[in-house]
Design a protein around this ligand. Structure first.
Ligand SMILES: [Zn+2]
Length: 138
């Protein structure tokens, strides 16, 4: 039997449930505002631009570019030690929003700013999968 996931699992909130539910199907959703058309990340109760509660979802294409990153080599919570070294990154999606994520399936030393990446999902529980990004093979 596969060992249960040891690392922290996202806490579902009524306003994030839709986002996490979609990750189970390996779909990345972006919250949008029906009033001012803003794209919103992370999911919220109200639009951060116009404070409307009239929000919706669109499906992201799943492609983006590395905006910034750091290679984590040591000094992390013990549950993450087996992952070292790993790349923590900000990725700007084609839709314009920016996500904090990890770059996977790649030698950490090969990660570059501006690198083209695509979303992949790590299945961690019955409720959700974690969106991460890997380089797009050329
Ligand atoms: Zn708005």
């Amino acid at each position: 039997m596969k060992q249960a996931y040891q690392k922290p699992i996202p806490v579902m909130q009524p306003w994030t449930k839709e986002f996490w539910k979609a990750t189970k199907d390996h779909i990345l959703l972006i919250q949008t505002c029906k009033e001012c058309k803003s794209k919103i990340f992370y999911p919220r109760k109200f639009c951060p631009e116009c404070w409307s509660g009239n929000l919706d979802w669109i499906e992201a294409g799943g492609k983006g570019k590395v905006f910034a990153f750091t290679i984590t080599r040591d000094m992390v919570e013990p549950k993450f030690m087996t992952d070292l070294p790993y790349v923590l990154a900000m990725v700007t999606l084609e839709e314009g929003i920016r996500m904090m994520t990890r770059i996977v399936e790649c030698d950490p030393e090969k990660v570059e700013m501006g690198m083209d990446v695509e979303v992949v999902f790590e299945d961690i529980s019955e409720e959700c999968s974690l969106p991460m990004f890997r380089p797009i093979k050329k």
